[in-house]
Design a protein. Structure first.
Length: 154
């Protein structure tokens, strides 16, 4: 997968209404789920107890935390786009976020991203990205929403 390379506002604005790209898949292993549970202190059995989940969970296995799925967004986003000539980039907000389907331990996810809107606010570029995190071989998406980033070009 080749990245889209953006060097300035004009190049970014040319992507308006278009698909920016699709990332590679990344597997959400039980180890990654456990590490996320440790980092967030969320050790609910449905995430970290495979034996109990096999018997009591409707999924018959453990599932990734919804926020683990969301937290993969920056990693996957960086596979899609390279923005040059930046002083910094800031996460600004999330809108219309909806968890559509649980990601089972061992399943792989990827990001599909479209540029929904873009504005030049006195030298700061505000980009709204419509995103979907898809699960490999599943029709229903794990997560959808709009991520807003602020880009400060040099």
């Amino acid at each position: 997968m080749s990245k889209v390379v953006i060097n300035n506002y004009e190049e970014f604005a040319a992507m308006l209404g278009k698909n920016i790209g699709v990332s590679d898949y990344v597997e959400l292993t039980q180890e990654r789920i456990n590490l996320f549970a440790d980092a967030t202190l969320d050790h609910q059995w449905i995430h970290v107890n495979p034996e109990k989940a096999a018997v009591e969970s409707p999924f018959k296995t453990t599932i990734a935390h919804g926020y683990l799925t969301l937290s993969m967004l920056p990693y996957l986003w960086n596979q899609i786009i390279e923005v040059n000539n930046l002083k910094m980039m800031v996460n600004y907000g999330m809108d219309k976020m909806k968890f559509g389907q649980a990601v089972k331990s061992g399943e792989s996810i990827r990001l599909v991203a479209d540029l929904l809107s873009i504005a030049n606010l006195r030298g700061t570029v505000k980009a709204e990205i419509k995103f979907a995190i898809e699960i490999k071989d599943q029709k229903k998406k794990a997560l959808e929403g709009v991520a807003t980033f602020l880009y400060y070009f040099e």
